[in-house]
Design a protein around this ligand. Structure first.
Ligand code: NOJ
Ligand code: CA
Length: 523
């Protein structure tokens, strides 16, 4: 049975609340909808549910622009709905992770309303205000991640926003702001939540001298604005670690809680977010499987480099999808999505799944007139929009895939009648069945959820590694190519194949079919 801490052996699952299940027929997912689908999640065998923001918000960035940190947006429900959901999650032995967005608020948040009201307002310093440059322009060259300058003029000064102008960045150097943000953590911890995923953790604090960022020599004329400069002075600043450690200390004062960071960083940088003495985040998200070419040698290198970069005692984690990235089945194709599932669920470290990936949901092209995401609206046609990976969960083949009885806020995939939970649950060898089996195997085999990873290598298109705990040993062999491949393996028995049709004994060698992966239980 599973051993270790719940967030080490357990699997995390991201729910994007607008798109999971609508209960009241307005076409937008809600908390009661999630409640209705909890048995599905429990049955899948995951442990922790991370729900993207559901707080009151003008929805300029679909909830990542928060106007009240301690309430529920009426679109999603009420605090009573929340308490019921949390209890139901705990009743099933599951954990709830909330999304905490400490880098910025909505421009409609009362804090910002006060802050912008005058130069002398006590909350003026809760945000990053700055006088114009001598020419009247923005104070420096920092860029917004959604395009254009990171500065917007409001009255006689500019305020900084790393994202939309409706998302002003707060000032973590101000003790009042700091205390108010920490109170938000306590508010939810007091209600019983099990942890937080911290939005853009690495961006929380900026250079106190507001120095210009250097030009990025590696960009092209069609590169998105946000990468034209190297974010030396507005991201990943050394002072960020003290904030993370304070967050962690608050969580620890409540006992067994989990701090996750959203951290798009190199392995060296990622390692620093665990804290010098592991007093930082327990899981700084590792997004390298999203960013690495889908090639056996590249992935082998990522596994080795990541393992080598981890500070002593740090626990690894892996992510293959989230609400900001093209879906895995679109990135690597349907066949490779099975390989990706086996990889995610057999590597060392906590896996995070993204809703719908377990049924092979793909990106849904959204016609221009139906675009919802500001990232697309601000810089159209650059492929930056995130609507395609946020379409409604495909539950069954009824109208709107069982997601809503109303009009869904985003159109559904054209293939939902065949690609959905109900249909795939009936097929013994479906992707969903593969996920269930892999999760079961991982949960029951200590070597798979807790063991070391060894012998990481690639041989042509075959990626291989072993997982070892005591005398238990598994070999994982993944053929990332469309051709048959023969791979050497010690004596053992195939515990599971991505094709879900073989459990035979092997000795010396195994023939892998196109895009087939196997986990071999070694004698
Ligand atoms: C990261 C979130 O995942 C993304 O959806 C959001 O737009 C930005 N942070 C800003 O909060
Ligand atoms: Ca609804």
């Amino acid at each position: 049975m599973a051993s270790g801490l719940w967030w080490q052996y357990g699997i995390l699952y991201e729910v994007y609340p607008r798109s999971f299940q609508d209960a009241n027929g307005d076409g937008i997912g809600d908390l009661q909808g999630i409640l209705r689908r909890l048995d599905y999640l429990a049955g899948l065998g995951i442990k922790g549910i991370w729900i993207a923001p559901f707080y009151p918000s003008p929805m300029a960035d679909f909830g990542y622009d928060i106007s009240d940190y301690c309430n529920i947006d009426p679109i999603f429900g009420t605090l009573d709905d929340f308490d019921r959901l949390l209890k139901a999650i705990h009743d099933r032995g599951l954990k709830l992770i909330l999304d905490f967005v400490p880098n910025h608020t909505s421009d409609q948040h009362p804090w910002f309303q006060e802050s912008r009201s005058s130069l002398t307002n006590p909350k003026r310093d809760w945000y990053l205000w700055h006088d114009p440059a001598p020419d009247g322009g923005p104070p420096n060259n920092w860029l917004s991640n959604f395009g254009g300058s990171a500065w917007t003029k409001d009255g006689s000064q500019y305020y900084c926003h790393s994202f939309l102008k409706q998302q002003p960045d707060v000032n973590w150097r101000n003790p009042g702001l700091r205390a108010a943000m920490f109170d938000v953590l306590r508010f939810w911890l007091d209600r019983g939540v099990d942890g937080f995923r911290v939005d853009v953790m690495w961006m929380m604090i900026k250079d106190d001298q507001f120095r210009d960022n250097p030009v990025n020599p590696a960009t092209f004329s069609d590169s998105p604005d946000s990468v034209r400069l190297l974010p030396v002075y507005n991201q990943n600043r050394p002072e960020v670690h003290a904030i993370v450690a304070e967050m962690r200390a608050i969580l620890d004062s409540y006992g067994d809680r989990l701090l996750i960071g959203e951290t798009y960083l190199s392995f060296d940088q990622l390692a620093t977010y665990y804290g010098r003495n592991l007093e930082g985040a327990q899981l700084p998200f590792n997004f390298h499987l999203i960013q690495t070419p889908w090639k056996a040698d590249a992935i082998a290198a990522v596994i080795k480099d990541y393992e080598a970069s981890l500070p002593p005692g740090a626990w690894p984690n892996w992510v293959i999808g989230n609400h900001d990235q093209p879906r895995i089945a679109t990135r690597v194709g349907r066949d490779q999505a099975r390989i990706a599932a086996m990889l995610l669920l057999t590597l060392r470290g906590t896996p995070t799944m993204y809703y719908g990936d377990e049924v092979g949901m793909t990106d849904v092209p959204i016609p221009r007139g139906e675009v919802q995401d500001s990232a697309e609206k601000n810089q159209p046609g650059k492929g930056l929009g995130r609507d395609p990976e946020r379409t409604p969960m495909q539950w069954d083949d009824s109208a709107n895939a069982g997601f809503t009885r109303g009009k869904p806020w985003l159109r559904l995939a054209a293939d939902f009648a065949s690609v959905n939970v109900a249909v795939l649950s009936r097929e013994r060898d479906s992707l969903l069945s593969l996920y269930r089996e892999l999760i079961r195997l991982r949960t029951f085999q200590a070597a798979l959820h807790g063991g070391s990873v060894r012998e990481v290598a690639s041989n042509g298109p075959v990626l291989r590694y072993e997982r070892v705990e005591g005398t238990e040993r598994f070999a994982v062999l993944l053929n990332l190519s469309a051709a048959k491949e023969e791979a050497a393996v010690a004596a053992g028995r195939i515990a599971i194949s991505t094709h879900m049709d073989r459990e035979e004994a092997v000795e010396g060698r195994v023939l892998l079919r196109p895009f087939e992966g196997v986990v071999v239980d070694l004698d």
